[in-house]
Ligand binder design. Structure first.
Ligand SMILES: Cc1cc2nc3c(=O)[nH]c(=O)nc-3n(C[C@H](O)[C@H](O)[C@H](O)COP(=O)(O)OP(=O)(O)OC[C@H]3O[C@@H](n4cnc5c(N)ncnc54)[C@H](O)[C@@H]3O)c2cc1C
Length: 467
């Protein structure tokens, strides 16, 4: 059977990339989005004051510029002078520079160990970024691979001696949203640091929404349709259905059509901690004590490995810490089109309704005395508000499922293999499939390619490039 019609449920980056791949193969594609605006995790709006444009979810996009599924997007990328910085309590900072050498130089006696950890991945980047994983793995060799699969805390304690190096690398590992004692939290640090030295950590001028706008424009050019305010309540009748949804949402809309065993596996799927997010409209850039921090797009706020590890652990145990590890982005400093904005979040227990906006501000103030004086307005969203904004953010979990070893490759279930479901023609394509959370579109890309292959359309698909 040659399918003529495909429906994509959800217009996050994965849904839109999937829809584009299907449209390129000649299918009539409809995307149905529950919310009034397309984009899922790539939306921007005036959350605080008129004229201040904030990214509601994702704000920094190394994964997007690295992804072959998002190549050649009509987006203007803003590259701050440095990808990231980690201010320290003594008033100094470690800055993630584009140059590996300049970064290692700041780490004193730990510099050579930093190079040994990251340099092999920078060397293998051309293979890894083209998704040639086997070749990439061969060129890396076993030792770097084991390091990437390790838990961050023991790795950092073994390899580095200086507190500043441990804090700096731990801040990157914390993006895993895993306790730093759990595998593969070190891999997230390795990946992000490598991208800092290869593609950078840019963001779109004008806001993350520009990624969604560019994808929607591409879809419409290809003849696809987008229906917003169109919540899908039942699996649509189409030869191919790709669902950019959370696993439990698939169970809901499948209405008992899924085999019981598979439905149970989806309902058992583990979500991680939530996020508590704050956006600010500022009267001036954040007055960082350490000069180098002003050059960075992203700033990690946590005084030491121990403090960061405690914060990340507390997001799993439910005991909120007084000093949460904060991931902050200061887009407004580098992009005048948005107004002077800043964006930050911390990891909190799944579904937590505790307001930690003051604790997040206290962390900023600690490294930027006078910060509160430049705040004109703030907007806060905890896990319940995030989930109300986008139902894929179950309990505020921004990765659509914990990214531990057990769920890294086999997401959301062990059988059938990723993307397929037991229902013929129905595929999952959200961040609840490999490679997981982040704005890269690779889940949608892989699911669409698989669907096309299953329907004998892979030849047509293979002749077209990525969007
Ligand atoms: C606070 C926060 C900060 C983040 N920061 C970053 C960052 O800096 N960099 C980065 O790379 N990633 C970041 N992320 C993660 C990133 O946004 C997500 O991993 C990514 O958007 C996942 O894409 P997706 O297409 O799988 O799903 P989503 O982007 O979540 O989109 C899913 C869409 O499907 C729709 N939908 C769901 N069910 C239905 C239904 N039944 N009917 C119709 N529509 C439906 C939803 O409304 C939503 O629009 C962040 C996320 C959050 C919440």
């Amino acid at each position: 059977m040659t399918p003529r019609r495909a429906v994509v449920i959800g217009s996050g980056p994965n849904g839109l990339v999937a829809a584009i791949e299907l449209a390129r193969a000649g299918l009539a594609v409809e995307v149905h989005e529950a919310e009034d605006e397309p984009g899922g995790g790539v939306r921007s709006t005036e959350l605080t004051l008129p004229g201040f444009i904030h990214d509601v979810c994702s704000g920094i996009h190394p994964l997007a510029v690295a992804s072959p599924a998002l190549r050649d997007l009509d987006v203007e990328w803003v590259h701050p002078a440095a990808p990231a910085a980690h201010p320290l309590e003594d008033g100094d900072a470690v800055v993630l520079e584009r140059s590996l050498e300049e970064t290692a130089e700041q780490l004193g006696s730990d510099g050579p160990a930093y190079r040994r950890l990251i340099e092999p991945f920078v060397g293998a980047w051309s293979e890894l970024s083209e998704l040639r994983f086997w070749r990439g793995a061969r060129s890396l060799g076993p030792a770097p691979l084991w390091a990437a699969l390790a838990a961050a805390r023991p790795l950092l304690e073994r390899r580095f001696h200086l507190d500043r190096t441990r804090a700096f690398v731990a801040g990157h590992a914390a993006h895993s949203m895993l306790p730093l004692e759990r595998r593969p939290s070190a891999g997230f640090a390795v990946a992000l640091l490598t991208m800092g030295h290869t593609v950078g950590w840019p963001f779109p001028r004008g806001g993350a929404q520009r990624i969604a706008d560019a994808l929607v424009a591409r879809l419409l050019e290809l003849g696809g349709e987008l229906h917003t305010g169109s919540s899908v309540e039942e699996l649509p009748r189409a030869e191919i259905v790709l669902a950019d949804v959370a696993p439990r949402e698939l169970v809901r809309i499948a209405r008992r059509r899924l085999p019981e065993r598979y439905a149970r596996a989806l309902l058992r799927y583990r979500h991680g901690p939530g996020a508590f997010k704050v956006d600010w409209a500022l009267s001036a850039p954040i007055p960082w004590r350490a000069a180098g921090v002003a050059r960075a797009g992203t700033v990690h706020l946590g005084a030491s490995l121990a403090e960061i590890a405690e914060s990340e652990r507390s997001a799993w145990t439910g005991a909120l810490t007084e000093r949460p590890f904060v991931l902050l982005a200061q887009q407004g400093r580098f992009d005048a089109t948005r107004g002077q904005t800043a964006w930050a979040y911390a990891h909190v227990p799944h579904g937590s309704s505790v307001d930690i906006a003051d604790r997040i501000e206290a962390q900023v103030e600690r490294f930027a005395p006078g910060f509160r004086d430049v705040v004109l307005a703030r907007h806060a969203m905890g896990p319940p508000e995030l989930e109300a904004h986008n139902r894929n953010l179950v309990g505020g979990d921004l990765n659509n499922g914990a990214m531990d070893l057990g769920q890294l490759l086999f997401r959301p279930a062990r059988r059938p293999l990723p993307y397929r479901t037991p229902l013929s023609g129905v595929y999952l394509c959200s961040a609840a499939t490999p490679p997981g959370g982040g704005v890269h579109g690779l889940c949608g890309y892989a699911a669409a390619k698989l669907a096309l292959r299953d329907f004998g359309l892979s030849r047509a698909a293979a002749t077209t490039a990525c969007p």
